[in-house]
Design a protein. Structure first.
Length: 500
């Protein structure tokens, strides 16, 4: 046949070829749902498609350094002046009034700025590691890992009260209803774990002041929300079968729910129904995997000792500090975080409260350091020994810092023993997961009041975390009510100095 001649198709040929094409598309869809189809350069979450399981692993934008994150959150506002940012000038000027020009038009939570005076830290600092990283002597175990740490001394935020500040650190916004950073990471990349949630939350000390709002999935499907594990009893509430219900009965009930949800999903195409189906199926698998995860009997005694699970606090420890059980609960949480990462959990948040030291700083701060220092140091060393630190990003953060001024609210009757909220300059650190350790980034002024060099906003902090996961924070969006939302909103830049 000559090239210019038209190819004639019968109706039967057309229908046969069309059927083959539809079958091929259906087969490709099944392969993609099972992760067996090569990536096309744009993953399902970025072009509006919904995979069969919302937590199916997905490709990153570019090569990732981190595959997991352990997010150590110290609720209340850690005093960087006493732990991470030594200020000799502050000791020299201790008890003097700060220049009015520095506090002009500045809002405080409780501090009376007209009569407030500078307050130096009474706690000694020391240099750790070959890098000579300078931190408090109250953190010897974390300090022993100094060459793995990147200490940021120039983080700043707009929030100067706790709940808005916590929301900003966790969700990138001071508003309620936004997805947590753990939700964003799991939405973007899915979860490697088939038998545990992709995002787990562990708490110690007092209950989180903001409740579950920091760990929620916001406008995303609920399967991306943080699942809170408990330190006693069932790891997850209602995980065990109710009294009188056999495993077979539970199996039939779950099958019926799945079938009904699938029928409804075919009608309305609601992604939340797919999320519900995935949650029920995950819950069934967790009935076996979660108890095994939290059973520490397989851990050698030396490992329990290293994390400090056998430590005990005085029974007189106040509830404000978390009570005497805070030592064991926090240590257990750090060990569980390592076990979760080993089992593929993508994002683990350990939320410890309270570091809100408006008074009694000299007693409560050392207490919290004793609670957290040994388990965190053991966690870093354990991850490194197992070859997991290179792919596990460990973050220590808080919602803001504390003032270099002593807090002098009238109700204290002249007794000044703490510090007020300070959003203008505070410290966080990162380790592992592609972070360049043994360095300090950013610098505050000689009093620790403002930032002298390399200011880093919370949006930049989030952009850098996403970058370490192989994600471009400007491309990672979720469309809701006609708008594309980002974790970093309309700002944020990657702090390249942090990346090795």
């Amino acid at each position: 046949m000559e090239p210019h001649e038209l190819i004639q198709l019968t109706r039967r040929d057309f229908l046969v070829n069309a059927a083959r094409g539809v079958g091929g598309l259906a087969f490709a869809s099944l392969l993609k749902a099972d992760g067996l189809l090569a990536a096309s350069g744009q993953s399902a979450w970025s072009n509006g498609q919904t995979p069969t399981s919302p937590l199916t692993p997905k490709p990153a934008h570019f090569a990732a350094r981190a595959r997991h994150c352990i997010f150590l959150y110290m609720e209340g506002g850690v005093s960087q002046i006493d732990l991470f940012d030594l200020k000799p000038k502050l000791k020299e000027l201790d008890g003097q009034k700060m220049p009015d020009s520095m506090t002009h038009n500045v809002r405080f939570a409780f501090l009376q700025k007209d009569t407030a005076k500078l307050m130096a830290s009474p706690h000694p600092f020391r240099r750790y590691g070959q890098s000579g990283l300078e931190m408090s002597a109250m953190l010897p175990h974390i300090g022993s890992c100094a060459d793995k740490l990147a200490l940021v001394r120039s983080l700043h935020t707009e929030a100067f009260n706790h709940h808005p500040g916590e929301l900003l650190i966790y969700t990138g916004s001071q508003l309620l209803g936004r997805p947590s950073i753990g939700s964003w990471v799991n939405y973007a990349l899915g979860s490697p774990s088939q038998n545990l949630p992709g995002y787990v939350v562990l708490t110690a000390g007092r209950a989180p002041s903001g409740g579950n709002t920091m760990f929620a999935s916001g406008f995303m499907p609920s399967c991306f929300a943080g699942v809170m594990f408990r330190s006693q009893g069932d790891p997850v509430q209602d995980l065990s079968n109710p009294a009188g219900m056999t495993a077979e009965m539970r199996h039939y009930g779950l099958d019926a729910l799945r079938d009904l949800n699938q029928l409804r999903q075919k009608v309305v195409g609601d992604p939340e129904i797919a999320s519900r189906i995935a949650s029920y199926e995950l819950a069934a698998r967790m009935q076996v995997s979660a108890p095994e995860l939290t059973d520490l009997s397989s851990e050698p005694p030396a490992m329990l000792e290293a994390y400090g699970l056998n430590r005990h606090a005085a029974s007189s420890s106040r509830r404000r500090r978390g009570g005497p059980e805070a030592f064991q609960v926090f240590a257990r949480n750090c060990l569980l975080a390592r076990r979760m990462v080993e089992r593929g959990v993508r994002f683990v948040a350990i939320h410890h409260a309270s570091w809100d030291h408006h008074n009694d700083l000299d007693s409560d701060l050392p207490f919290n350091c004793r609670v957290t220092d040994q388990p965190v140091g053991a966690l870093l060393k354990d991850l490194e020994q197992r070859g997991l630190l290179d792919e596990t990003l460990v973050v220590w953060a808080s919602e803001f810092g504390r003032t270099p001024l002593g807090e002098n609210r009238p109700s204290f009757n002249g007794r000044i023993s703490g510090r007020d909220h300070h959003p203008f300059a505070f410290s966080v650190w990162m380790a592992g997961g592609g972070v360049k350790g043994g360095q300090v980034i950013g610098q505050t002024d000689e009093l620790g009041w403002g930032i002298a060099s390399n200011p880093i906003h919370v949006n930049d902090f989030h952009a850098t975390i996403l970058h370490l996961f192989g994600l471009n924070h400007e491309q990672l969006t979720y469309r809701y009510q006609g708008r594309d939302f980002r974790l970093t909103d309309v700002a944020g830049k990657v702090v390249t100095e942090l990346v090795s």
